[in-house]
Design a protein around this ligand. Structure first.
Ligand SMILES: [Zn+2]
Ligand SMILES: [Zn+2]
Length: 751
């Protein structure tokens, strides 16, 4: 307490934002000691309350330090300070948590901090080589919190009774593990165990890791339990090991992520990585970042066949640090799931469902409360852009530009599904759920929907759905009995993009993707909108064509190629005659405008990819080939206005070029990209002439294509447009859930 001669003031603080699970209370405790204040601090669901008494001067310095010196992983907001009557307190105490009104913030899972790493590598420390070391500043959160407030009995750590040494650290306000809820040590905490069909279970941390290394060195695939789910791992320099894993999964060509040892040496040998990119890889989120392969690197060509980039990540938990260090080279780290399904989190499920893929298992006994696959980013136009949200990033908590009339759950799209819970002016986006075609995905979606509502203590009273009647969640939505609002797919894309740039009042937005249902029952996907959320106007599109086989065309790019040829009166000798006959009659041949299907057609006509083994294979390979051309030729795609006022770009001049065998594949792929970027520019200029709008948004899965996006941005900026590309939410269908919330928010404001 301040000296007897100074008058004592008292203040009450309410701190909101991300202040739970991030060591905020211990931090407040230490500050109070430093400024000789009495009083208390406590968690009230979602926020922190402080009562502090001392000299005026010290209280002022305390108030400033509460924000300025806050722990690195916290995001405190000083919401309220009031002067109160001083009541004598004997010192400063941390009070038990109180349940209160739901204003909850859930911290993500963070990589092990410097202090913990140092202890883990210190042979004299009691946590030497302990794979689950953590403190208030690091470790898992989102994947182990069962309910809030964030206290140990509400986490999956409740099954581990603390030993005396851990209890002491946990209870000591001056210790850096004071109230570190997942605190653990080799005596009392989670343990690794290794199992394979031919040997007895190995239940010792060091021995289990050693056995895993032995298996990996021998070229085997091991299913390894991490923070948010299992990985399938094998030696990334061993062609045979990778070929075997690919055959078993089965995953013939889809690129595999690679985890590199933490020192970064092997990483820099294999890929181009500048200081900023390395910083991003080393951030506590530890995402996967796509980086350009170096020629002459030792990494297997089987990692990402036909592509120039590799998805790279650094170890994201203490266990992975030890694993990679002992292995001494890069490891394939692909999601432990069956194709398209969500990542597996439970030991028994991994053991049974992955038994035909993995030769052995490295389990641990800390339950994973909710799945979180790795987050994936790609550098586009100079910045990392998310392709998939997940561990380290999730849950994504965002603020809306207005208040919702009621709590809603937005179910997003069918492929790359992610869902959003939104209430008041808040929205929380789930990690990647996956493709809703499988039963398992639908189970996960139902679980995530329920779980988000429990965690944030908010019950949705309405569901937001895509207009497409065939999306996997339709039945679940009907059975919920809740009122449904249906949102168009491409306006949702545009609104998700616009969320990030809330100051802009009028837009020209290019929403280019595979296919989504449009307002005229055609399959849209090459649409350009003007306006803003809640009042988008379709202003331009791409020439429509009929797609033989409809949805099947997504995995069979040759169908899109045939469609473009037939549409313009050319033969398509590679397509069955029966299909042509059906197409002529319009049987199972819906009309589409989708830019994504043009990329498929181009990949097929150039011979780069006629059948896709995974979604996006054809455009990814087309882009990879086109990247080899320094300066591409451009064909003019005529832009004309229809009687409805809609502008339409005609892709037909591309066909003679794409089918011209005398031109190199590289040249054709590059010319295709350049021509589409110029067509986009032409549309933008026309629309600016018409309405004076100058802000351009680029969204939809097609803009995951770096070459197209960067070329378009360059051309637009040369023509004095302001170009905006999302950096927080994926442009692909994972962003649809946010767009649905935005469209719902603004629905009543339609002029
Ligand atoms: Zn730590
Ligand atoms: Zn212990």
């Amino acid at each position: 307490m301040s000296s007897k001669h100074e008058p004592v003031s008292a203040r009450h603080y309410l701190i909101t934002g991300r202040v739970q699970g991030v060591g905020y209370r211990p931090f407040v405790y230490r500050l109070a000691h430093r400024f000789r204040l009495h009083g208390w601090v406590r968690n009230v669901t979602g926020s922190v309350e402080i009562h502090a008494e001392g000299s005026e001067n010290n209280l002022t310095r305390f108030s400033e330090a509460l924000i300025r010196e806050a722990p690195a992983i916290s995001l405190p907001v000083l919401t309220n300070i009031v002067d109160v009557e001083p009541v004598p307190h004997g010192g400063f105490t941390v009070l038990a948590s109180m349940l209160g009104e739901a204003n909850i913030h859930v911290p993500p899972d963070y990589f092990v901090c410097e202090d913990c790493l140092r202890e883990m590598n210190d042979p004299g420390n009691r946590r030497y080589h302990y794979p689950f070391i953590n403190c208030t500043q690091c470790g898992p959160r989102y994947t182990l919190i069962e309910s809030l407030p964030y206290d140990r009995p509400n986490t999956s750590m409740k099954v581990f009774a603390m030993c005396p040494a851990c209890s002491q650290e946990y209870a000591n306000p001056l210790d850096r593990r004071f109230h570190a809820e997942p605190v653990a040590c080799p005596v009392c905490g989670p343990q690794l165990f290794f199992s394979n069909p031919d040997e007895p279970l190995i239940a010792d941390n060091e021995a289990a890791l050693a056995a895993t290394i032995r298996f990996l060195k021998e070229g085997h695939a091991v299913a390894i339990k991490g923070i948010g789910g299992y990985h399938l791992m094998c030696d990334a320099n061993n062609d045979e090991a990778i070929a075997r894993l690919r055959m078993r999964k089965p995953r013939p060509f889809k690129p595999l992520a690679v985890m590199f040892p933490a020192d970064g040496k092997a990483l820099l040998e294999c890929v181009e990585c500048d200081a900023t990119q390395l910083d991003f890889l080393q951030s506590p989120q530890r995402p996967i970042l796509l980086l350009h392969k170096k020629s002459g690197g030792t990494i297997s060509h089987q990692i990402a066949p036909g592509l120039n980039e590799i998805g790279c990540l650094l170890p994201y938990s203490p266990k992975h640090v030890l694993l990679l260090e002992k292995f001494g080279g890069p490891l394939v780290a692909t999601s432990g799931n069956l194709n398209g399904e969500p990542v597996i989190t439970a030991n028994e499920e991994a053991q049974t469902r992955l038994e035909n893929i993995a030769d052995a298992f490295l389990h641990h006994n800390r339950p994973i409360v909710r799945p979180a696959d790795d987050a994936v980013y790609r550098i586009i136009a100079g910045k990392p852009r998310p392709l998939r949200l997940g561990r380290g990033i999730a849950p994504v908590e965002l603020e809306l530009p207005g208040e919702l009339p009621e709590p809603v759950l937005a179910f997003g799209a069918h492929t790359k599904n992610a869902i959003a819970l939104a209430w008041g002016n808040r929205v929380v986006i789930s990690p990647h759920v996956g493709d809703l075609s499988s039963l398992k995905s639908m189970e996960t979606l139902a679980h995530v929907a329920d779980d988000l509502q429990n965690l944030y203590q908010v019950r949705a009273t309405r569901l937001l759905l895509d207009r497409h009647p065939g999306y996997g969640y339709r039945r679940y939505a009907r059975e919920s009995g809740l009122p449904l609002s249906e949102i168009w797919h491409h306006p949702a894309h545009a609104s998700a993009m616009a969320w990030e740039f809330a100051d802009i009042k009028n837009w020209i937005v290019f929403a280019w993707d595979g296919v989504g249902l449009g307002e005229d029952s055609e399959l849209w996907g090459g649409e350009t909108f003007t306006g803003a959320p809640g009042r988008w106007q379709r202003a331009a599109t791409l020439r429509p064509f009929r797609l033989p086989g409809g949805e099947q065309a997504g995995r069979e790019p040759w169908r899109s190629a045939a469609a473009l040829l037939w549409e313009t009166g050319y033969p398509a000798p590679f397509a069955p005659e029966l299909l042509h006959a059906a197409w002529l009659k319009g049987i199972n041949s819906p009309v589409t405008h989708a830019a994504g299907r043009l990329f498929d057609a181009a990949a097929s006509l150039t011979g780069i990819c006629t059948h896709a083994s995974f979604e996006g294979e054809a455009p990814m390979k087309l882009e990879a080939v086109a990247m080899h051309d320094g300066k591409a030729d451009t064909l003019v795609l005529p832009l004309a206005q229809k009687s409805s006022g809609l502008w339409q770009s005609d892709w037909s001049p591309l066909l003679p070029m794409l089918t011209d065998q005398t031109l190199s594949t590289i040249h054709r792929a590059a010319c295709f990209h350049s021509s589409l970027a110029h067509a986009l520019l032409d549309q933008a200029r026309r629309l600016r002439e018409q309405n004076g709008f100058n802000h351009i948004g680029l969204t939809g899965g097609v803009f995951q294509n770096r070459l197209l996006t960067e070329t378009a941005k360059f051309l637009l900026e040369q023509n004095d447009f302001q170009v905006h590309i999302p950096g927080q939410i994926p442009v692909n269908d994972a962003g649809i859930c946010l767009g649905q919330v935005m469209e719902f928010l603004y629905a009543d404001n339609t002029p």
